[in-house]
Design a protein around this ligand. Structure first.
Ligand SMILES: [Zn+2]
Length: 386
């Protein structure tokens, strides 16, 4: 979709037409813009000269020159997406077509070491393992806490002590002005990554890992709300669970009742030795009755709360991601509670399913966010004019 301030024959608008598949040749473009073939050729040449677009031979010639197809150049640059969790980070290197070139999975970190140590580590990890600096166009950063999206500022994160008020973009400026930096909440990015893999118009993506987060897709786009807090269900109260204290200072929050961290706490209290949510999922995989029961209860609490969201918002898909999505008792209980508690019209077309993108949801969404930003028509016209 093109913004109204973008002239339809500007480079940004034309790139958008090529990217979306609406225009695939010079002749297509001439027809679309109502201009001569030579004018269309000049417009295309700007994008070819700047390295954004190339022409590839397309099919068999029907006499004369073979037909040529306009395409985005995936090698125009690279972007890096960083998904920071509480204890692990995943980094992915992508081309401009959104193809994953290389991935570094589950690198151990401690997010509560604070922004100075963690963001320095991120910088070093990118420099040691990422793309050559002249190829790098953007870095997208996902964090497990609320991010005020215009200011890239972390806001009151319950699982990130020491990060409140930190401006992530300012901390990442050492790449210079040629490298864009964007930051967002990890569940928002994961929702975007899932949407990229399996597009639907309206989606609620729940990241059920050590904490519980949620991202919302409306009309195919990430919905952030007024300041970036849309979808934040972590500290909604679970009825009847006022006995459980939450790190936010209140009682009975979903995060304190049904998150991976809560399950680890409850299993330890039951005398079962676990360290992290992956251990809980593994125990349930071995049919451990306590782990299975706790996962079912957590799934039910999460599903009952999400039923309100589904009734209100009427999504096409409710996608469960994060570590707990690997536990069938959790996903099945969410599904059962949602279908039980919702009005029938809200669930008529609803799919409740585990994530297709798994641990890559966040980096895939980060890459998508950054590529959309870099190829945004308004921005591109400024870059090309400048
Ligand atoms: Zn809370």
């Amino acid at each position: 979709m093109t913004s109204p301030h973008v002239a339809p024959d500007s480079p940004g608008a034309i790139l958008q037409l090529i990217r979306s598949g609406q225009v695939s040749s010079r002749a297509n473009l001439a027809k679309r813009l109502g201009v001569s073939a030579s004018t269309a050729g000049l417009r295309i040449q700007v994008l070819i000269d700047q390295g954004y677009v190339h022409e590839v031979e397309d099919g068999q010639p029907r006499g004369g020159r073979p037909p040529r197809r306009l395409m985005l150049r995936p090698d125009w640059g690279q972007v890096i997406a960083v998904d920071l969790g509480s204890q692990h980070a995943t980094i992915g290197q992508f081309d401009m077509g959104g193809r994953l070139i290389e991935e570094w999975e589950s690198m151990p970190i401690q997010i509560d070491a604070g922004p100075d140590i963690i963001l320095k580590w991120v910088g070093e990890a990118i420099e040691n393992q990422g793309s050559p600096p002249d190829q790098l166009r953007g870095v997208a950063l996902g964090v497990p806490g609320p991010v005020h999206v215009n200011k890239s500022r972390v806001v009151s994160p319950s699982r990130m002590p020491g990060w409140h008020g930190v401006n992530l973009r300012v901390h990442m400026t050492h790449y210079g002005p040629k490298v864009s930096v964007l930051a967002d909440n990890d569940a928002n990015l994961a929702a975007l990554g899932e949407q990229d893999a399996d597009p639907v118009d309206h989606m609620v993506y729940v990241k059920a890992g050590r904490g519980i987060g949620c991202g919302v897709i409306v009309d195919g786009r990430l919905h952030r709300g007024s300041v970036g807090a849309a979808g934040d269900i972590s500290h909604l109260p679970v009825p009847g669970r006022e006995d459980v204290e939450c790190s936010c200072g209140r009682n009975g929050c979903l995060d304190a009742v049904a998150s991976g961290a809560a399950l680890v706490r409850d299993l330890l209290a039951a005398g079962i030795d676990v360290e992290n949510p992956a251990d809980v999922v593994a125990l349930a995989g071995d049919a451990d009755p306590t782990a299975t029961r706790l996962l079912r209860e957590a799934g039910r609490a999460t599903g009952e709360l999400l039923a309100t969201v589904v009734n209100f918002f009427n999504p096409d898909a409710l996608v469960i991601g994060g570590q707990l999505s690997r536990a069938e008792p959790f996903v099945a209980s969410v599904r059962a509670a949602v279908f039980e508690c919702c009005v029938p019209t809200a669930t008529e077309k609803l799919r409740v399913r585990a994530s297709h993108t798994g641990h890559r949801a966040g980096i895939r969404g980060g890459a998508r966010l950054m590529i959309d930003h870099l190829l945004d028509p308004v921005r591109l016209n400024e870059v090309i004019d400048g």
